[in-house]
Design a protein around this ligand. Structure first.
Ligand SMILES: Nc1nc2c(c(=O)[nH]1)N[C@H]1C(S)=C(S)[C@@H](COP(=O)(O)O)O[C@H]1N2
Ligand SMILES: [Mo]
Length: 313
């Protein structure tokens, strides 16, 4: 693998420029009400073109056509609502996502419990079409709406001791039937190294396909880290804690030989349960080769310079 310091993220990959956003009639956020208000749905051709920037260069077979909305919202992993792929769509409707608060804790100068509206105020909601790869061997292409996590983290003013970020999902067994079972220790916890969390590709997601984020996809806010296996991207986040030491994360603690802390998508490193060489795009028949860093290597490989990606899976 070629590891070098990459140029900045190509503008085809992310869409931070106001002009771009305005052209596509995206909203500049004024508050949470706006966050969940209508963001116009884009034409399929625009979506497909935006996705093409990353995929063509990465050498994937075929274009990265966005996965249909129905598949993104009816084929989910969200164990708080059951382990079946259709359980979240069936049961997540009962989750009450408003009001919502997020506790910001640990190595920050501004620890507080924030109302979601206050967290989102002033953030520009962008559309980014990201590949999403589950360790189970399926993948999707999702037109998310949201913004870079670093735009949030910098507001909390991390101290120099902040080396990792921990994300905790809501614990509310009364509305999350899976939490009344012990399939996993609850609540679901994930984490990133600080430089991963601050990478512009790492996204706070508030919607998809220009619509409010459905509960089964992690409403009202979830994380997505597109170069990592899906389990790194926690849903329905209620706490963000900056830490000096590596957080104990759910899957890594549960089965460390199956689920590494880093969990970068890597076709050359099989996990105990699954080969990672190929994947099946939901909605497609044939499997396709999996790309190192899920095709985002140009942007993120430098984060792992000097690390043994087989050991630090
Ligand atoms: N809280 C929570 N977050 C979670 C999960 C979960 O079970 N609970 N599953 C993870 C896994 S394994 C994947 S692949 C993605 C699935 O996201 P999607 O259903 O929006 O495609 O969510 C991740 N985040
Ligand atoms: Mo997953």
């Amino acid at each position: 693998m070629l590891i070098r310091r990459p140029p900045d993220i190509p503008s085809s990959e992310i869409t931070p420029e106001r002009g771009y956003l305005d052209r596509r009639a995206f909203i500049a956020m004024a508050g949470a009400a706006a966050a969940v208000a209508a963001v116009p749905v884009l034409g399929r051709d625009l979506l497909a073109r935006a996705a093409g920037g990353g995929s063509a260069r990465a050498g994937g077979s075929g274009a990265d056509k966005p996965t249909p909305y129905d598949d993104i919202t009816h084929y989910n992993n969200y164990y708080e609502f059951g382990t079946g792929k259709t359980d979240p769509a069936r049961y997540a409707g009962q989750l009450v996502t408003s009001p919502w608060t997020v506790e910001v804790a640990g190595e920050v100068r501004k620890p507080a419990t924030y109302h979601l509206e206050d967290l989102l105020r002033g953030q520009t909601i962008e559309e980014r079409i990201y590949r999403h790869r589950c360790v189970e061997g399926w993948s999707m292409v999702i037109p998310w709406n949201g913004f870079s996590l670093r735009n949030l983290i910098t507001r909390f003013e991390p101290t120099s001791r902040a080396k990792f970020v921990e994300f905790t999902t809501l614990y509310r067994p009364s509305q999350m039937p899976g939490q009344r079972t012990d399939v996993l220790p609850w609540p679901y916890v994930e984490g990133l190294r600080m430089d991963e969390a601050m990478h512009p590709l790492t996204m706070v997601v508030t919607g998809l396909y220009g619509r409010p984020l459905p509960n089964q996809d992690g409403a009202p806010i979830r994380i997505h880290v597109p170069w990592k296996y899906g389990f790194k991207s926690g849903k329905s986040i209620v706490r963000i804690r900056l830490m000096e030491t590596q957080p104990a994360t759910t899957w890594n603690t549960y089965a460390p030989s199956w689920y590494g802390f880093y969990a970068n998508v890597n076709p050359d490193v099989d996990t105990v349960r699954w080969s990672q060489a190929t994947e099946r795009r939901i909605g497609e028949f044939f499997r396709r080769p999996t790309l190192l860093f899920n095709g985002y290597g140009d942007q993120v490989a430098s984060l792992y310079e000097g690390m043994d990606l087989r050991k630090d899976y």
